[in-house]
Ligand binder design. Structure first.
Ligand code: IPE
Length: 263
């Protein structure tokens, strides 16, 4: 099974502590990836920025009012440090994995408000059964544009389309999407893809009673809808709790697990 997995920044870092990687969780995720790869999963791995990228980017914005070209070294540095935690864990599991930092192959266009990335090398690695690893990052702007942050969610959805993935797994630090904030019994196990606009409308009306806690559900759902509605071989999208190694392993292996599935 072809699967794109994003390990969210709130899962692999402690968002309350600047530059703090949760190595126990990263290592357990690496094991889950190895075990599912042994069961036949073909994986592209993405990770978020958590208390590395977001903290470094915020520092720049607080200081200069915006991201500038001079923000690229410190923010990309923060992401490379976090990426190294992930890479070490994968390589220690004897997985064949290679890192593709987006600041070296993506550009931001401010006139189009979009990113363009050269995925050729990454896709060659994937075809060679090597796990490509990429992540949310700061990328230069083209021409007169300032740099911008490309999110791991965007990369996951774009890559899922490129390789015709059967599943996209968003591994977060919560069980999935909840109807009511802080009500564990209100987990939504299934969302019909075509119902996303209606659900987003409800969120607007209720002022955000529905949340996935980690990142703002509306943003994630809007992206899922925007990227995948024009795709005829649409992957199923699973939002799961990556704190459980077993859940992550089973999700990567194509099983139905606890979480929210969008089909
Ligand atoms: C953010 O990536 C990257 C930077 C801030 C440089 P994501 O948007 O994918 O990160 P998380 O998952 O929200 O932490």
């Amino acid at each position: 099974m072809r699967v794109v997995v994003k390990l969210g920044g709130s899962l692999i870092t402690d968002k309350g502590k600047a530059f703090f990687a949760r190595d126990d969780i990263i290592r357990a995720a690496a094991q889950a990836i190895r075990e599912s790869a042994q069961l036949g999963a073909e994986i592209i791995l993405i990770h978020g920025g958590g208390s590395f990228g977001h903290v470094a980017a915020k520092k720049e914005i607080d200081r200069f009012g915006k991201l500038t070209a001079a923000s690229v070294p410190p923010v990309s540095r923060a992401m490379m440090v976090l990426n190294n935690h992930v890479m070490e864990a994968l390589l220690d599991e004897n997985l064949k994995a290679v890192s593709f930092p987006p600041h070296s192959f993506c550009l931001y266009s401010c006139s189009k408000d979009s990113f363009s990335c050269s995925f050729d090398s990454l896709l060659i690695a994937f075809n060679l059964k090597i796990i490509p690893v990429t992540f949310g990052d700061i990328v230069f702007g083209e021409e007169a544009c300032e740099p911008a942050i490309i999110s791991g969610d965007d990369l996951a959805l774009v890559l899922a389309k490129k390789v015709n993935a059967e599943r996209v797994v968003f591994a977060t630090n919560v069980d999935g999407v909840y109807r009511e904030l802080e009500d564990a019994s209100s987990l939504i196990p299934h969302i019909e893809f075509s119902e996303i606009p209606k659900l987003l409308e409800q969120i607007k009306i209720t002022g955000g009673g529905v949340t996935d806690v980690t990142k703002g559900l509306p943003g994630k759902l809007t992206k899922i809808y925007r990227y995948l509605s024009s795709h005829d071989k649409r992957p199923e999208v699973a939002i799961i709790n990556g704190m459980s190694k077993e859940t992550l392993k089973m999700a990567l292996s194509g099983s139905k697990v606890k979480g929210t599935f969008i089909t």
